[in-house]
Design a protein around this ligand. Structure first.
Ligand SMILES: *[C@@H]1O[C@H](CO)[C@@H](O)[C@H](O)[C@H]1NC(C)=O
Ligand SMILES: *[C@@H]1O[C@H](CO)[C@@H](O)[C@H](O)[C@H]1NC(C)=O
Length: 316
């Protein structure tokens, strides 16, 4: 009897306790050269002008029972999405676009604080495999105001949150043709949280985004064209995946193609100049010919006029 009462009392109590919900969203993450993305499972259709659970909290991430960097595994869950499947949402991110940041560079995020316990301060961490398997702490260069994840003045605000990618960061994650992916995860310490989000980021130029130029450049040499190499890693001893990703980058092919294009253009300019000069010379000769022809005609005309005068005299 006692235990029956306890169970039903517990059930009644659970109905009163608000379901765990989430109260901040990383709605944008900007890298170098205009590249940008957002946290996994963020739904751009979610209105941002309210604080209620539905719809305003539906795409916020909660990292239940993972308060420390050491406890952090994967990318949490949202009300709308449920547990986040990193691989699936990563391929969505790869097709939507991801921020690209050089090693040592800054990733600038916009954190939308839905209500009071989406506040800062935030702890951020990075996973070099892009899968969320294992994170290490990283430097937050601009944080969100708050105490223990609470700040009543932060409701419905877009706030800057910036982290620095470690200078020696290697990123080995891939998704489709996108390479060099790391996962950045930021979370506050709210009692019902932690709240925050997971942002995939390409460190270095990533996959490039253009098709190779149509110029007559030679194919890129294998082995040395990757971002990892540019960042100073030894291509012969670095992780195989990193070098392969860099070498496959279409951006590098572009540079080679551009060199070819520039030479081709130079060739065209030379051809045009040569052709124009020859044409002008021809014109000059033609004009000289015209002048000679005119002179001959004038002389002939004068002769004709004399003959006419002679004939008129004879006739008279
Ligand atoms: C941004 O563009 C510059 C110039 O093309 C390039 O050198 C640099 O690697 C790019 N940065 C990233 C992070 O892709
Ligand atoms: C590309 O074409 C130009 C013009 O014909 C030529 O001068 C140049 O050597 C060519 N470059 C290569 C890499 O073949």
């Amino acid at each position: 009897m006692y235990s029956k009462i306890t169970v039903s009392a517990l059930l009644a109590l659970m109905a009163l306790v608000p379901e765990i919900s989430a109260h901040s969203v990383i709605v944008k993450a900007t890298g170098a050269n205009g590249s940008a993305g957002k946290a996994l499972a963020v739904d751009d259709q979610t209105p941002r002008d309210g604080t209620r659970r539905n719809p305003f909290q539906r795409d916020s991430t909660v990292f239940r029972n993972q308060r420390t960097v050491a406890q952090a595994k994967g990318c949490g869950q949202t009300i709308q999405n449920g547990p986040i499947n990193v691989a699936t949402l990563m391929s969505q991110a790869a097709s939507d676009g991801m921020p690209q940041v050089a090693p040592g560079g800054v990733l600038s995020m916009t954190l939308h604080q839905v209500n009071a316990d989406g506040a800062g301060p935030y702890t951020c961490m990075i996973d070099s495999t892009g899968t969320g398997a294992s994170f290490v702490a990283m430097t937050v260069t601009q944080n969100v105001a708050g105490q223990n994840g609470r700040n009543n003045r932060g409701n419905m605000q877009d706030l800057p949150l910036q982290v620095q990618i470690p200078a020696n960061q290697q990123c080995t994650g891939t998704s489709g043709s996108a390479t060099n992916i790391c996962m950045v995860r930021c979370q506050n310490n709210a009692r019902n949280g932690p709240f925050g989000g997971c942002v995939p980021v390409q460190v270095g130029a990533g996959g490039g985004n253009g098709t190779p130029g149509a110029g007559n450049g030679t194919a890129p040499a294998t082995g040395n064209n990757g971002v990892d190499n540019a960042a100073g890693a030894n291509p012969n001893t670095g992780a195989g995946a990193g070098n392969a990703g860099g070498n496959a980058g279409a951006g590098n092919n572009n540079r080679q193609g551009n060199a070819g294009n520039r030479q081709g253009n130079a060739g065209n300019r030379q051809g045009n100049r040569q052709g124009n000069r020859q044409g002008q010379a021809g014109n000059r000769q033609g004009q000289a010919g015209n002048r000679q022809g005119q002179n001959r005609q004038q002389r002939q005309g004068a002769n004709n006029r004399q003959q006419n005068r002679q004939q008129r005299r004879w006739a008279a």
